[in-house]
Structure formats: C-alpha cells, structure tokens
Design a protein around this ligand. Sequence first.
Ligand SMILES: Cc1cc2nc3c(=O)[nH]c(=O)nc-3n(C[C@H](O)[C@H](O)[C@H](O)COP(=O)(O)OP(=O)(O)OC[C@H]3O[C@@H](n4cnc5c(N)ncnc54)[C@H](O)[C@@H]3O)c2cc1C
Length: 450
Amino acid sequence: MIPEEARKRLRRIFGKNYREDLPHLITHGSDATRIFFMPDAVAFAEEEAQVAETLKLANQFGFPVIPRGSGTGFSGGAVPVKGGLVLSLTKMRRLIIDQENMVAVTEPGVITEELQREAEKRGLFYPPDPASLKNSTIGGNLAENAGGPRCLKYGVTKNYVLGLRVVLPTGEVIELGRGLQKNVAGYDLLGLFVGSEGTLGVITKAWLRLIPKPQVQRSMRADFSSVSDASRAATAVLTSGILPSALEFVDQKSLQAVGEYLKIEIEAGASLIIQVDGDEGSVKNQIEKLQRIISGFSPLKMVVAEAPEDEEQVWKLRRSISPAINRLKPIKVNEDIVVPRSLIPEAVDFIYSLGEKYGLLVVVFGHMGDGNLHVNFMIEEDQREETEKAVEELFSWIIENGGAISGEHGIGITKAKFLRAQLGDEAYLLMKKIKNLLDPNGILNPGKLF
Ligand SMILES: Cc1cc2nc3c(=O)[nH]c(=O)nc-3n(C[C@H](O)[C@H](O)[C@H](O)COP(=O)(O)OP(=O)(O)OC[C@H]3O[C@@H](n4cnc5c(N)ncnc54)[C@H](O)[C@@H]3O)c2cc1C
C-alpha cells in the first residue's frame, strides 16, 4: 500500500499523470502473460527527475515501484505482484538520430519500430527485431535484452548499447558510456543493467549503435518431411560460410495452424524460413548457394522470394504463427528455451513426448539459427497443473543438457523458481547480493527473478 502522505507527494510530482482510477489500474496490472495483480496507482513519467524523486519517495515510505513500457513482456516483469506504483515510461519519447556518428539517442518510451524507421530514413539500421516491435518500447527491450530473427547475424539488444542513463533504486542518477563506439573505463556496468528486468534501475536514456542498412534482403522457405532433416539442413547452411540474417524454424503443428488461419495448403513436417542480406550480387549468390545446399536434404518444396511481394508472403507465414496458434486453445503458456543447435531434433522430440505424457497440445517454432525455440503449451483452464509439471520437466531437461530456460523473454515471475537451478548457487547468490546492494529496501520491482 502507498501511504496517504506519499500519494499526496506523488500527485505533486506527476500532476494529471498520476492516476488511481480503476481503468488505469486494471490496464496496468498485467502484461502479455495475462497474469494480473492490482497496482495501487499508476504514474506516467515525462522527465528523469520525476523518476528520481519517485524512487527516493518509495524508499522513504517503503512502497514498490514497477517500471513499465508497453506491457508486452512474456515473463510477468511489469506485473505489480506486490501492488505499489506502476511507473510507466511510455511518455518519455524523445529520439535523436545522430547520423554522422551513427548513434540513436533515445528515451525509454520510444517504440522499437519507430526507432528502426527513423534510422532507416537516413540509410541506417537498428537490427534487434522482437516480433512485438510495433508495440514494445526501447526501455522494455533494454530491460529484457530483447532478441528476434535478425539477431542470428546481428546480435541482440545488448550488442547495440553504447551508453545508458539509469536512475538507481535509491534515486541517484548514473550515466554510463554515452555514445562512444569504444570505452573500457571501469567495470562493464552497461552489461549489468541491460537485461536486469527493471530490478536494478530505471533506464531513462540510451545511446544505441546504428549500422549501415543492408541494400537488399531476400528470403526463402524450405519444407521438409521431418524436424531432423530441417535441422541438418540448417547446420549445413550455417557451416557453409553463409551467415543468414534470419533462420527460423516452424514445426508441423504451427504449419497446420497457419495453413488453416491463412487458408493455404502446407504439407510438411517442418519448415525453415531463411533470409540473407547484402548487395544485389551477394544476395543472388547466397540464395543460389542456399538452394544447392538445401537440395541435399530432400526438401519437399523450396520457395524463393523473387519480388518484394513474395518476400512479404514468406514472412506473413512466420508472423501469422502467434495469431494462428492463439485460436487453438484459450490459454497459451509460452516458454523460450535455448539448446545447442545440434540438440534441436532431440529437444523437439522430448517436447512432443511431454505433450503426449501430460495430454497437452504443444506447438514449437522459433529461431533455429541460435537454438532458441518457442515452446507453446496450448491449454484449457483445467490443464494448468499438468502444464506446470510439463514445464518443470522441460526445464530440468534443458538445464541438464546445457541449455537455457530463457533466450529472450526473461525470468520475471514465471521462471523465477527455476533461476537458481539454472545458475548454480554461487552465481545465484551473487546476483542476489548485487540486487540487495543496489536496492537495500527492496522497493524496485520486488518479487521478480528471485
Ligand atoms: C506477440 C509478442 C511477440 C514477442 N516477440 C518477442 C521477440 O521476438 N523477441 C523478444 O525478445 N521478445 C518478444 N516478446 C516479448 C516482449 O515484447 C519483449 O520482452 C519487450 O522487450 C518488452 O517491451 P515492453 O516495452 O512491452 O516492456 P514491458 O513488458 O512493459 O516490461 C518488460 C520488463 O522491462 C522492465 N522495464 C520496462 N521499461 C523499463 C525501463 N525504462 N527501465 C527499466 N526497466 C524497464 C519492466 O519492469 C519489465 O520487467 C514478444 C511479446 C509479444 C506479446
């Protein structure tokens, strides 16, 4: 609960941007997990000073503060599990593209797609491309270290961070790095804050590296009769000297769901969607080489995008997976595991066997190139208990086999009970010490990760 005196002070800090009305409380109590907890209040920051004052107040009065972007998170990171103040950063939207230095200077509420579009207008490129990019904020991307298909070639969000301004949980502001391309002065604190899921500080400004925009992108889809053929073909591609800008995997059940959704016929056990980029000549060579390599793995079909409309068609299939599978059952429990790429066929078999064992519909797709699979248990309300058992078994298998329980969606609340097993005691306890050092009163996004 936020004490009355603190509420008065928050009203003074935020004016009309401080809200306690039910519609605001309800719309800020959940994220894409649909797990809901009621906050006590919501405030929309427009300036960094308001963030700093809020955190000082929270320490003085002992109430939780939960930073929030667009609420598209898949691990409950922005859910106010202990009530308190949801601090939305969506109104902090200043963005400057420094074309000469190839740096974007951005506030946290800028939408990912907007940053990409503004960079591209100037011939520049910001590669991290979460599928939620039309809605997600840069602040949320930084806090989750978001990835996406293009991260195979270009790396994830952290690979583009040159500097940050962060308000610490106790209200002090630190500036790390600014926009320099190289800087090794001191510990790599940027790395500490990127991916810290809103538990170590509130990001109020970022300097992000931009690169030249590739001239051409071209994609192809290859259908196979089995996951194993698709996986072997993917390995052959990645060890051939070509580094695709995306190499996505779609399993048979996802294909079936998309086929019904888009009203097209796709008969395959698994598909790969591969994109390459570069100049016209190199893209042409890469596509020809890909066709030759893939032919060696008995594909059922290969479709190469010859024109921009075909390119759109290839990716429409990939983008339609989420809406298509959402129609299968009322609830989606969405995990994003990572395994060494060579283990993908085994991992997929294991996942299907869990589906059979617990009587659950399970659908798998994801980023084949970096071994990051989205495992979706599509369930009814009364299947939650069985799903929990399946997820627990899945995570044990993943950890035993050298994988990770999250590749891009974070730990939040949904995976918190598995973090210690994933990290081992020493690393886990070190992380807790860091949290306690920075947030001695435990006011910033409590109940997450640990
Ligand atoms: C359909 C769909 C597709 C998705 N696809 C992908 C994908 O391909 N790749 C991927 O990586 N993710 C994906 N996601 C997950 C999600 O979009 C990302 O995690 C995204 O980065 C969250 O951004 P957001 O603005 O919605 O953050 P929120 O959900 O609002 O918050 C996420 C976390 O960030 C913290 N946070 C937010 N802003 C700040 C800030 N300024 N300072 C400190 N902490 C902050 C919050 O406290 C919370 O812990 C997808 C989600 C959906 C719904």
